[in-house]
Ligand binder design. Structure first.
Ligand code: URA
Length: 172
């Protein structure tokens, strides 16, 4: 994928954030700008973050499973995720988040468990090495199927509750 990319899309946000969002991989707009989640899906994500008083500038960091755009926006292959996973591990080590939100199936299957099903397990908290991890709907999927939007908003409310529990200083 490095051969067909325009820009590497590494991540954006506050490196001191307590919350790490992990998406799938860059789409066309992200490839052109080098910034994660800048298309229509990104706007929706920003709106949902705003609803719980979070912003990518202030209190979260956003990364992706793969740093280069998969051709034609196909799902990244497991071996492509393997190629990029050490970058994500480094991002995790630097940020040391207390909370991780897996945005969509691809991130949740790799970070939470390989049989993760978004429709069944969105909004459920998992704990690994003292980090609280949740999977939720991908904004692109919400744009395709807005019926799931209320459930996704509920997931973000659960995120807000978890922040009050483990990192209340974020809202101070
Ligand atoms: N979808 C993702 O998963 N990540 C992006 O950065 C953009 C779209």
């Amino acid at each position: 994928m490095s051969k067909t990319r325009t820009n590497v899309v590494f991540g954006i946000g506050n490196p001191n954030a307590k919350i790490l969002f992990i998406g799938e991989g860059p789409g066309q707009n992200e490839d052109l700008t080098g910034i994660p989640f800048v298309g229509r899906g990104g706007k929706l994500l920003d709106k949902m973050l705003e609803e719980i008083n979070l912003s990518r500038e202030k209190n979260i960091y956003i990364a992706n499973m793969v740093k280069c755009r998969p051709p034609n926006n196909r799902d990244p292959l497991p071996e492509e995720i393997d190629c990029c996973i050490d970058y994500l591990r480094c991002q995790f080590k630097i940020i040391r988040p207390k909370i991780i939100v897996c945005v969509g199936r691809i991130a949740a299957m790799r970070i939470i468990k390989n049989d993760f099903r978004v429709t069944r397990e969105h909004g459920v908290w998992f704990t690994k090495k003292n980090v609280h991890i949740m999977g939720t709907f991908h904004p692109a999927a919400l744009l395709r199927n807005p019926n799931n939007l209320p459930q996704a908003q509920d997931d973000f409310k659960k995120l807000k509750e978890k922040i009050f529990e483990v990192a209340p200083e974020i809202y101070e």
